[in-house]
Design a protein around this ligand. Sequence first.
Ligand SMILES: [Zn+2]
Length: 289
Amino acid sequence: MGAGLAVAVGSIAIVAVSVGSPGKWDPQQLEQGAAAEKPKLELAEQARAAAAVIEKRKEAIKAENAAIDAVLQQTPIISQAGPENKEVALTFDDGPSTYTPGILDTLKKYHASATFFTLGNQIAEFPLPLQRAVAEGHTVANHTWDHQDLTQLRPKEIRGELTEANDAVTGRNLPEPKLFRPPYGAVNDLIVAEARRAGMLTVMWSLDTNDYELPTPEAMAAQVLAEVHPGAIILMHDGGGDRTTTSVALPMMIKGLRKAGYKMVTVPQLLLDNPPAAEQYTGQRTPVA
Ligand SMILES: [Zn+2]
C-alpha cells in the first residue's frame, strides 16, 4: 500500500509541475520532488502504525498507567523495580536523534523492549523514530523540553519544561508520558513534586553504563553484565552526542543479558511485574554529568 501511494503522489507531482511550468521539463528536479515527498509519506505511515498499536494496546496501556499510579501512591521517585522477576529495563535518554533508528533496528532484531526518555525540542526534527518506537511497542517518556538543570529553575519554569515536552509527544498523537527523568539526574523535592503533580513518576536508574564517557562497546556491555540485577533500570543515551559506542554495545548487551536469563521490558511493564519498594528517595541529588 505504501509503494502504491508513493507512485500516486509521484504522478500528481509530475502533472502539477508539467502544467505549472510549461517547457521546463526537468526529470532530475521531478525526481528530487518525489524524494522530498517520501519522508512525509513514511511519517504518515508510521503515524498510522503507531495509532493502530495504541488502539490495540489500549487495555495494556491502561494497566501500565494504573501500575505507575499505584507506585506514585507509595513514592514519587524510583531508581529500580522489585527483584521478583529476572527482568530489566533498558532506557535511552536525550533522543530522538540520528542514532535512534539504528537502536530501534537492534531492539527489533533481538525482540527487546525499551523506554525512551525524549527531549521535547528534538521531536520536530525526529518525529519518525518517535512514532516508530511506539509502533514497535516501546515506551516514550519525558526528559524535559530542552535538557536544562531543573534545580536551577523556578517552579513555573519547571512546569513549563515538563508540560511542553509532553505536549510535543501528544502533538504526534502518541500516549502522554507518565514517566519522567530529570536531565543530569539533578533532582530535588520540588522537581519530584512537580512531576507528580503532572501525573508522572520520576524514574532514575540503578545501573549507569557510563556511555557518555565513551568506553569501548565491549567494556560497556561487560560492565552491564557484571552489575545487572533483577529489577534494574539501565541508563544509556540515544542522543546528546556521539552514540556509536552505545549502538555497537547494544547487541552484545542484549545477547549477554538474555544468556543470563534476563528479559528486557519497558519501565511500565517492569513496574507491573516487579513492584518497586516504597522508599528509595533520599533527598536532593546533585548533577552527575
Ligand atoms: Zn539527559
